[in-house]
Design a protein around this ligand. Structure first.
Ligand code: PGA
Ligand code: ZN
Length: 445
């Protein structure tokens, strides 16, 4: 608070805890001279971009099949803690001290899991010390006041790395942008989610859940979930493109080999141009408003083709393409690749760099979507991040499984607390895309 002396860090602790895939991850605690403590647990991805900050795993086969994170925990306690003692709990100062200590471009020496856990715990401690809720502290950090409750992009059907490759396309999502509030939006999503479950059961399919809580079933084609979702949306009384739109995360980097896209389900392979045509065709026939990683991270020609044909029509998100990296976002924006960025703090590796990535999105006029990882935890940091940044969109996974619901529930509480001060973003982030019917514009704030 103004005039107050900033508390300093007196202790930094870490421990190995579990994530939602039953794998170890890092929890850090930052203790302040005032006695207050901030803590954070970091998530882990499965369909990773090559350019992500590198987490550290023990590779000691005698425990957790080599996936332990005791080396990252030791990095926090033996290397990071001593240099942070006595310095102010300010994420900027703490993050730059850790970056200097690590000394590598991808944080592989100390480990991005060690560094991010401390970075996020510092922000929490600082927020507590400033007597601010985390979202407000974040919004002050970036010097803006436009808080918003994000429109969720909710995974209903899963494929790729998250569902044993039953489908090649990774996520089939619904975006309830026509709702008046997050509470109403989640009710609509629930109708669709349970409608899909009933339909799968009736067809004799299993209703098993994949890593992010979406359904995984033996579909006949990568297209089938699109028609299934479109049918169910109508069956439960909602109108496609007015109330709810579809999104897909193609995660195309993960089926790209030797310049070809290979779909195991159909047993077919495509050139970039052919994949772009398939996606274009899907957008003609289904109510899709958002396409993530429609091309592989290394397929720049593909990104060029896809962007030229679709970037005015729909949201084209880069996830593996950008890896929450400010330099990559700037570079891609100059080439007019994509028009939106997935913001994952653990791809960047510090809160400061995550905020920089968001700042570049604002500069280049790209949408930003705050996102969880497929291996996540009860930590709700990203809910506050999305509200505080006012990005208007969040991607958490499905509405089942506690590592997901912890974040939706945090958002529901914030929506209640902030009534009047932060509105549900609804269709606002999608207004720029030609896909959205003009009559939608009247219904958003
Ligand atoms: P990941 O998947 O967390 O496994 O990388 C999420 C995504 O691709 O958006
Ligand atoms: Zn993705």
């Amino acid at each position: 608070m103004a005039g107050d002396l900033k508390p300093v860090i007196t202790e930094v602790r870490a421990r190995e805890v579990l994530d939602s895939r039953g794998l170890p991850t890092v929890e850090a605690e930052v203790v302040l001279s005032t006695g207050q403590i901030g803590s954070a647990i970091v998530p882990a991805g499965a369909s990773r971009g090559k350019g992500e900050a590198k987490e550290k795993r023990d590779r000691d086969q005698s425990r957790w099949e080599g996936e332990g994170v005791l080396t990252a925990v030791a990095a926090v306690e033996r290397e990071i803690a001593p240099i942070l003692k006595g310095i102010p709990a300010d994420p900027k100062i703490v993050d730059s001290a850790m970056l200097e200590l690590d000394g590598t471009p991808d944080k592989n020496r100390l480990g991005a899991n060690a560094i991010l856990a401390v970075s996020l715990a510092t922000a929490r401690a600082a927020a507590i010390a400033s007597r601010m809720p985390l979202f407000l502290y974040i919004s002050h950090l970036i010097g803006q006041s436009s808080l918003s409750i994000p429109t969720p992009m909710v995974n209903i059907i899963s494929g790729g790395h998250h569902a044993s490759w039953r489908l090649d396309v990774q996520d089939y999502l619904v975006i309830p942008y026509g709702a008046q509030s997050l509470r109403e939006a989640l009710d609509w999503v629930g109708r669709i989610y349970h409608g899909v479950r009933r339909r799968l059961s009736a067809q004799g399919h299993p209703t098993l859940l994949a890593d992010e809580g979406g359904f995984s079933f033996p579909a006949k084609s990568n297209e089938e979930p699109l028609s299934l979702l479109t049918d169910v949306i109508q069956e439960v009384g909602l109108t496609p493109l007015r109330d709810v739109a579809l999104g897909i995360d193609v995660a195309a980097s993960h089926f790209f080999l030797n310049s070809r896209y290979r779909w195991r389900l159909e047993g077919e392979e495509f050139t970039s141009r052919e994949l772009a045509e398939i996606l274009f065709n899907w957008l003609e026939r289904y109510p899709i408003i958002s396409v993530e990683d429609g091309m592989a991270e290394d397929d720049l020609e593909g990104w060029d083709v896809l962007s030229k044909s679709l970037r005015r029509k729909a949201q084209l998100i880069g996830d593996d393409l950008f890896v929450t990296n400010p330099t990559r976002i700037k570079w891609a924006a100059e080439k007019n690749f994509a028009n939106a960025v997935l913001i994952k703090p653990n791809q960047a590796g510090t809160l400061t760099e995550t905020l920089q990535a968001h700042e570049v999105c604002r500069e280049v006029g790209y949408n930003a979507v705050v996102s969880a990882r497929s291996g996540d935890t009860e930590d709700t940091f990203i809910a506050d991040l999305a509200v505080g940044l006012g990005v208007g969109q969040i991607k958490i996974g499905s509405i089942a499984r506690s590592e997901r619901t912890a974040k939706y529930n945090r958002l529901l509480r914030l929506e209640e607390q902030l009534s009047g001060a932060a509105r549900y973003a609804g269709a606002l982030p999608f207004r720029v895309f030609a896909r959205l019917p003009t009559d939608q514009e009247g219904s958003v704030s």
